[in-house]
Design a binder for this molecule. Structure first.
Ligand SMILES: *[C@@H]1O[C@H](CO)[C@@H](O)[C@H](O)[C@H]1NC(C)=O
Ligand SMILES: *[C@@H]1O[C@H](CO)[C@@H](O)[C@H](O)[C@H]1NC(C)=O
Ligand SMILES: *[C@@H]1O[C@H](CO)[C@@H](O)[C@H](O)[C@H]1NC(C)=O
Ligand SMILES: *[C@@H]1O[C@H](CO)[C@@H](O)[C@H](O)[C@H]1NC(C)=O
Ligand SMILES: *[C@@H]1O[C@H](CO)[C@@H](O)[C@H](O)[C@H]1NC(C)=O
Length: 497
């Protein structure tokens, strides 16, 4: 069933004006009186007639496309001159909807209709559609006549199904783009999980990856939403494997997994696979003790993850560098994800970022292991709005430098305030999460990983255009960042020979 709801803002998608172009070219007039073939000019709205565009060669284009679309819409609504009736039956019901249509228009827009109508003798075409598609069938046909369509979040999938079934490629492509662009839109029950499942079903890798990335980058919200309980085993496992998840902490993920298992009661193997994707090394030992004694899922499946828990407790018991001397570890339990909790990093809001360089200091734990978590590291971050790579700078002569530092790019470097012997064997991976406004909401737009300088990422904020006040990366003239520091014990997480 198509679930309907109020409050979803319909988006207008303007697509191919194939029909308009074919039936009605804007007429170029050069010195001759305009003749509007077959169109009684008296019936065109005055506003439409005013649309004259002077062309370079002295000719003028009279553009009545809008009026043409209105007339096509009227043709469909009134059914004048119709030569085929579409009987749309909703499967498993006796609901029927009849639409008076025109063979010429349907065949022009869809090769499937063309074939159906050619091989069909009677003036009635019977089409069977599932309920969700039947509910938007008029909309779909209207698109074939007019070339534009208004779409709500809950209509995207049924319309996409129709566009695919009848091979209306422009509509299909437009709807894929619509979905990719509306992942963060408000919906009462959530729509991204449904879109992901649909993308998997039809093999749309692009839409699938966009949905996965959106869910990964906004995981804390997803975990708290009603949508979380409804995700499939496959989606759960795909998410749990990712290192780019943005969430508060690994413990948050474990607790959400436990809730999901309680709600879905999946097969034992699924539970085991999911539990083995939890990065236990990233959970502080005091929480692991509690889970071991109080988490019903852990009590039940303790044997399946005993080896990982043992490894995690070993990791917490001494310096990870010591552990790495004795053990080969080939699994992800020591690889951090993008945790937003304060021990891993800090938010950084930069007001008027193009004004000048900005610096900022924050502290993190030295590492997640029990032996390092209480040691603090102070980090200095420096943001430069117009930084020039050395190669470019040396190419400037003195006088050019005096004029303008054109072409400079934003850069952030993050360095420790002091050095310490504790840093041996650890490499600190930095991640900058950039939040931007989309449809009035804060959404993660980019995630940049680097070791010391965003220069390494190559494309840091290249498309942000911070000089423009209206830049979509600025929220009330400020740039919203979050810096995460991820200690990596390479000897632990890169498999050794
Ligand atoms: C005619 O006008 C419509 C909207 O009024 C516009 O979208 C279209 O591009 C115009 N066509 C030409 C050829 O100027
Ligand atoms: C279309 O048909 C209706 C009656 O069904 C009629 O009133 C109207 O004038 C017709 N329009 C055209 C453009 O022929
Ligand atoms: C289609 O119509 C033609 C003529 O109207 C007729 O000769 C033919 O048998 C019909 N074919 C089918 C499949 O109904
Ligand atoms: C490490 O694990 C991965 C996947 O779990 C496997 O493909 C790889 O061969 C393993 N490497 C070693 C050295 O065991
Ligand atoms: C996460 O999703 C919620 C609900 O859709 C939205 O309000 C919020 O802006 C999103 N946040 C991010 C960081 O994407």
């Amino acid at each position: 069933m198509a679930h309907t709801y109020e409050g979803g803002i319909p988006a207008q998608v303007y697509l191919g004006t194939l029909l308009v172009a074919l039936c009605f070219h804007p007429i170029s007039v050069g010195g001759v009186d305009p003749v509007l073939n077959g169109i009684p000019t008296s019936s065109l709205p005055a506003a439409a007639l005013k649309q004259e565009v002077a062309l370079e060669n002295g000719a003028t284009t009279l553009n009545h496309s809008m009026a043409m679309v209105q007339r096509m819409e009227g043709l469909l609504a009134q059914g004048n001159g119709s030569d085929v009736a579409l009987r749309v039956q909703t499967v498993n019901t006796d609901e029927v909807k009849v639409i008076q249509a025109h063979t010429l228009v349907l065949s022009l827009q869809s090769e499937v209709f063309e074939e159906l109508l050619l091989s069909h003798n009677t003036s009635t075409l019977v089409l069977r559609e599932p309920a969700d598609c039947a509910a938007v069938f008029d909309k779909f046909i209207r698109y074939l006549y007019c070339g534009d369509i208004s779409v709500r979040l809950d209509q995207a999938i049924p319309l996409h199904k129709l566009a695919s079934k009848y091979r209306v490629w422009s509509l299909q492509q437009g709807l894929s783009q619509y979905m990719t662009g509306h992942l963060s839109s408000d919906s009462p029950t959530g729509h991204v999980v449904g879109w992901y499942q649909y993308a998997m079903q039809i093999g749309d890798a692009n839409l699938r990856d966009s949905c996965l990335q959106y869910l990964s980058w906004n995981l804390s919200s997803v975990l708290q939403s009603g949508e979380w309980g409804s995700i499939s085993d496959d989606l759960l496992l795909s998410l749990m494997q990712r290192s780019d998840l943005i969430l508060q902490s690994e413990l948050e993920l474990y607790e959400a997994l436990e809730a999901w298992i309680g709600q879905n009661q999946p097969a034992g193997l699924t539970v085991e696979n999911a539990l083995r994707q939890v990065r236990y090394g990233m959970i502080p030992p005091q929480h692991l003790f509690r889970l071991q004694k109080q988490s019903p899922v852990m009590l039940k499946y303790y044997e399946s993850i005993r080896d990982l828990l043992f490894l995690a407790f070993q990791f917490h018991s001494a310096s990870p560098v010591q552990l790495a001397k004795y053990f080969d570890v080939n699994c992800s339990i020591f690889t951090p994800r993008n945790y937003l909790s304060p021990s891993w990093g800090s938010p950084w809001v930069i007001n008027n970022p193009t004004r000048d360089d900005r610096s900022f200091s924050f502290q993190t734990q030295l590492g997640p292991s029990g032996s390092d978590a209480s040691k603090r590291v102070t980090w200095n971050a420096l943001f430069s709005p117009r930084w020039l790579p050395l190669s470019v700078r040396s190419a400037y002569t003195n006088e050019m430098q005096a004029t303008r530092t054109d072409g400079g790019r934003p850069r952030i470097i993050v360095t420790p305030a002091t050095s310490s012997p504790d840093f041996a064997g650890v490499s600190f991976q930095k991640t900058v999460i950039v939040t931007a406004r989309q449809g009035g909401k804060m959404v993660v737009r980019h995630v940049y990983n680097f070791h010391q300088s965003t220069e390494e990422a190559g494309d840091f904020l290249v498309e942000a255009d911070l000089h423009r006040r209206a830049s979509e990366y600025l929220i009330d003239s400020s740039l919203y960042l979050h810096v995460v520091v991820k200690p990596l014990y390479h000897s632990l997480i890169v498999a050794r020979k």
